[in-house]
Design a protein around this ligand. Structure first.
Ligand code: PLP
Length: 351
């Protein structure tokens, strides 16, 4: 608390990201980064743009990247919004659409940044309990609301909701903006982007941080009707006109252009996930079905915090959430086959 702070600041409880420790040979399975680097063409694109033109501001609407993304998904550039990481896109989304007299709805177990944005912007919200098996129950989403948001696949569970359920939600809530946060969709889900032309209340948010191995560059996207995108642009241009720098934009374009590299990396992560899943189950873990680049698992005989601490002492870090219903679970990011081997070696010793 400081007497210099604006009053609202002392009431915030900021999001705490997973740690980024500087330890040699660490097996880092705690923040869902991609274990593989970006396409060589991405690195080349960054090098190619590291020149005198950096003295100039970037194109403020990221026009080139919006055109590339629009082409990739069969949209128009006016249906695409670019931000500095999807966390920034989410922040603008909460500000642009969810400050309503009716409460925002999201699941009780979900991305823990959502309540943080609500406290930042003074947004009233209700959480909707997931089912016992952590699947989404659509029933309560018919209650009066000023918006709906959840990740698909959900975080940190990895559970996927089908597109026909999402369409049902969009139809039942035509007066609210429904936001699908697709941070992990490329690891096995069907994107809701194909519904954008049919539902003016749908906003799909994606990131280049996970499946496209570019967490360090900070690039996020939103796709939706022109109406929604215009709303986001109004917020952006009242906040920061140039959210994406020249190098990040060049890298993002190159990433979408090298589709075969992207698909190969996603496929490798999916195969490793299925392998890890089977190996964890063989050790007695219960693992939720995941469509993401992580698994959410618990062991009926061992405390999650104890497992996490022992893994850590052996140089393997995973994520634990101190939250009712899931505090006996660990979220483990899918690493390379070598990372998984190391993880399993330590786990076998613990169990
Ligand atoms: C990782 C993640 C994000 C944030 O991604 P950035 O683009 O790196 O800001 C957003 N939503 C969910 C559900 C995530 O897991």
């Amino acid at each position: 608390m400081s007497r210099y702070w604006s009053p609202i600041i002392s009431q915030l409880s900021p999001y705490i990201p997973g740690e980024q420790p500087k330890v040699d040979n660490l097996v880092k399975l705690n923040t869902n980064e991609n274990p593989y680097g970006p396409s060589p063409r991405v690195i080349e694109a960054i090098r190619g743009r590291a020149d005198d033109n950096l003295r100039l501001y970037p194109e403020p609407t990221s026009k080139g990247l919006r055109e590339t993304v629009a082409d990739y998904y069969g949209l128009t550039p006016e249906q695409v919004f670019i931000g500095n990481g999807s966390d920034e896109v989410l922040a603008h989304t909460f500000f642009a659409f969810f400050q309503q007299s009716r409460p925002l709805l999201f699941p009780d177990i979900t991305y823990s940044f959502y309540p943080v944005y609500c406290s930042l912007y003074g947004i009233d919200y209700r959480t909707v309990p997931l089912e016992e098996d952590f699947s989404v129950n659509l029933g309560p989403y018919t209650q009066t609301n000023g918006g709906i948001i959840f990740p698909n696949p959900n975080a940190p569970t990895g559970c996927l909701l089908s597109l026909d359920k999402i369409e049902q939600l969009l139809t039942q809530n035509s007066d609210s903006v429904v936001v699908i946060d697709e941070a992990y969709i490329d690891f096995g889900g069907d994107s809701a982007v194909k519904l954008v032309d049919n539902y003016p209340n749908l906003l799909v948010i994606q990131t280049l941080s996970k499946s496209r191995s570019l967490a360090g560059l900070r690039i996020g996207l939103a796709m939706g009707s022109r109406d929604l995108i215009d709303g986001l642009v109004r917020v952006k241009d009242s906040f920061n006109s140039y959210p994406i720098d020249r190098l990040a934009e060049a890298a993002a374009v190159a990433s979408f252009e090298d589709d075969s590299y992207f698909k190969k990396v996603c496929q490798q992560v999916i195969e490793s996930r299925e392998q890890l899943n089977a190996e964890l189950q063989a050790l007695g873990f219960q693992v939720l079905p995941s469509a993401a680049n992580f698994v959410f698992a618990h062991h009926p005989k061992l405390d999650a915090l104890t497992i996490a601490a022992k893994l850590r002492s052996e140089g393997v870090i995973v994520r634990h959430f101190k939250q009712p219903r899931v505090d006996h679970y660990l979220r483990i990011t899918i690493g390379t086959p070598k990372h998984i081997e190391r993880l399993m070696e330590v786990l076998k010793r613990i169990i």
